[in-house]
Design a protein around this ligand. Structure first.
Ligand SMILES: Cc1cc2nc3c(=O)[nH]c(=O)nc-3n(C[C@H](O)[C@H](O)[C@H](O)COP(=O)(O)OP(=O)(O)OC[C@H]3O[C@@H](n4cnc5c(N)ncnc54)[C@H](O)[C@@H]3O)c2cc1C
Length: 398
């Protein structure tokens, strides 16, 4: 089966790898538009934290960058958390497979965990209600007193009143993950074409027969749309409506600091903070609806910097090395869009990773591959079909 995958982010690379591992002939086409989410991502594998709104500080952000706990967050449906937790379980095996096929170590660290830091009574109340909500699940979670937080994360501010710790929520290097998937797929026979934008989709009798690109025509038996924030535009080329919208996120990165300056991934109502394998500390991230603009306005970074300094006062002395932004492929309900559509039998979506596309990518890729190859599904695929959206009911952010 000759499969064309459009988009070389983490979704496209992992789908290509899973299909190549199952013996398919895969060609991946990528244009590398500015703002690819995978290259901008922090790489948090915060399956539980993100699902219940305690992973990504910005969920609390009000309009002026002030914490706005009244406005949210709400936990996403329980199936979403189960989906991310299941996807998270793929990382240990993928780490080994990728080392074997490509020699790349994806830095999927064990043992760091995610610590949500509580600053005030309102946050404590919210955290307690979430702990109740989690009490009849198999989620690993611990409630830490203020003293325990100080002992275990010594650089933490004395302002904190305690924390909620998720030992299973770790991190990975997102670029290495995509690169390892790509090189592993290549080792298994897949072909990757860079700098190749898909500009048209050819159809015959209601099926896709191939794509036109800036570097010629490619025929295919199956087309996979893994074009991230641009998936809606690609779908349009096949006459389909796909409710995907770009959600800009900005990140600050410090110069490398001593390893284990931080013991945990940290999340607060202002921002999240994590130390990468080479010592840099990432501080993220904003949530902005501004189309395909990938500027990095300083004003939006100030809230992140202040939030990080509030949690870890010693960061006032650190030097910012870089800042950047990327476009999350947003969906109206935060679930990804995976699998077939009713209109075209050999067209498949692999998109909509939104703010959890790195942790969700492994299982997403397995679901898409199972649809294409008619295999048993590893997770109930109904939640992710594009057909859950009704045209006219969807209002995308402007
Ligand atoms: C700042 C930020 C922080 C994040 N942090 C986290 C995190 O901590 N944990 C987590 O799980 N997730 C995180 N995410 C979300 C995650 O990064 C995304 O959900 C995920 O990377 C989406 O991957 P993708 O492959 O769908 O899209 P992308 O990585 O955007 O890839 C899409 C690719 O398709 C290409 N393309 C588009 N149209 C065409 C075309 N017509 N022809 C050819 N190529 C095309 C683009 O150039 C691009 O390379 C973060 C995102 C951002 C922006």
């Amino acid at each position: 089966m000759n499969i064309v995958v459009v988009g070389g982010g983490v979704f496209g690379c992992l789908v290509s790898y899973v299909l190549a591992r199952r013996g398919c002939q895969v060609t991946l086409l990528d244009k590398d538009y500015p703002g690819s989410a995978t290259s901008a991502s922090a790489g948090g594998l915060w399956a539980v934290g993100e699902s219940i709104g305690l992973g990504c500080g910005v969920i609390f952000h009000g309009k002026e960058g002030k914490a706005n706990i009244d406005a949210g967050p709400q936990p996403l449906p329980r199936e979403f958390m189960e989906f991310l937790m299941e996807s998270n379980r793929y990382f240990p095996a993928l780490t080994q497979e990728f080392e074997r096929h490509s020699g790349i170590h994806i830095e999927a660290e064990k043992g760091t965990g995610l610590l949500y830091v509580i600053y005030n009574d309102k946050e404590q109340q919210y955290a307690s209600s979430l702990l109740d909500w989690l009490s009849n699940s198999d989620v690993d979670v611990e409630e830490w007193s203020s003293q325990q937080v100080c002992q275990r994360e010594p650089l933490m501010t004395a302002e904190q009143q305690g924390g909620v710790y998720f030992p299973g929520d770790n991190q990975v290097n997102p670029m290495l993950l995509a690169n390892a998937a790509r090189q592993s797929a290549t080792a298994l026979g897949a072909v990757f074409k860079n700098n190749t934008a898909v500009t048209g989709i050819r159809m015959n009798n209601g099926s896709v027969t191939g794509v036109d690109t800036t570097h010629g025509h490619f025929e295919c038996d199956v087309l996979v749309n893994a074009a991230g924030s641009w998936s809606g535009q690609l779908a349009k080329l096949a006459g389909l409506d796909l409710p995907i919208f770009p959600v800009r996120g900005q990140i600050l990165c410090t110069e490398a600091m001593r390893k284990q300056t931080l013991n945990f991934n940290l999340s607060t109502s202002d921002c999240y903070i994590l130390q990468k394998a080479h010592g840099e500390i990432l501080i993220g991230s904003t949530t902005e609806f501004c189309g395909y603009d990938v500027e990095v306005p300083v004003e939006n970074l100030v809230g992140l910097a202040n939030g990080a300094r509030r949690a870890l006062p010693m960061l006032s002395q650190s030097i910012v090395k870089r800042s950047w932004s990327g476009l999350r492929p947003g969906t109206p309900d935060e679930f990804p869009i995976l699998g077939p559509v009713t209109e075209i039998p050999n067209y498949f979506n692999a998109t909509g990773g939104f703010r959890t596309g790195i942790v969700g990518a492994p299982l997403s890729a397995e679901i898409v591959a199972a649809h294409i190859l008619g295999l048993e599904q590893p997770f109930d695929p109904e939640h992710f079909l594009a057909s859950r959206f009704t045209k006219g009911d969807i209002h995308l952010p402007q």
